[in-house]
Design a protein. Structure first.
Length: 158
């Protein structure tokens, strides 16, 4: 568990699934269309993320669920940073950065040497955060139709 001021980061538990789905549906449906892969992962994160060696973190602001992020196992030493969402109610409070930093720390604790992510050029605040954290751009080869950005963070140099 990580705590910064009124933000607390906790490991996901199955009771958090409705929040994991709701928070991610909010931003996906605001900017894009839900894809079948989104639906499967959001409705069954234990099967698609946790059971395959990944992790999900939940952010709480003064005890209320405010955001989430997942680390999806990709291959030995590599995790995909995915499904990061912060409730509209809590945006602008630094929760995204605290979540991202906690996910990076979690990946390091899992002996990862690299984190990759897929995003969209429409999500400029998220891309700015990723660059601030040290992610660099790569050629795109992602699983989502909406992805026109791929980035990676080398954890061996951080």
């Amino acid at each position: 568990m990580t705590t910064t001021n009124e933000i607390t980061i906790r490991d996901y538990e199955p009771i958090h699934q409705p929040w994991f789905e709701h928070l991610n549906r909010q931003w996906i449906e605001e900017y894009f269309t839900m894809e079948e892969l989104d639906k499967q992962v959001l409705q069954h994160p234990d099967e698609h993320i946790i059971a395959k060696g990944g992790r999900i973190l939940m952010a709480f602001h003064n005890g209320e669920i405010a955001g989430t992020v997942a680390l999806k196992y990709s291959q030995p030493g590599v995790f995909e940073f995915t499904k990061m969402a912060v409730s509209e109610k809590f945006r602008g409070k630094g929760i995204g950065q605290v979540l991202a930093e906690a996910a990076i720390g979690k990946a390091k604790s899992l002996n990862a040497h690299k984190i990759i992510l897929y995003s969209s050029s429409k999500l400029t605040p998220a891309l700015a955060l990723y660059r601030k954290l040290g992610f660099v751009h790569l050629p795109v080869d992602g699983p989502y139709k909406r992805s026109d950005v791929k980035m990676e963070l080398n954890l061996l140099s951080n």
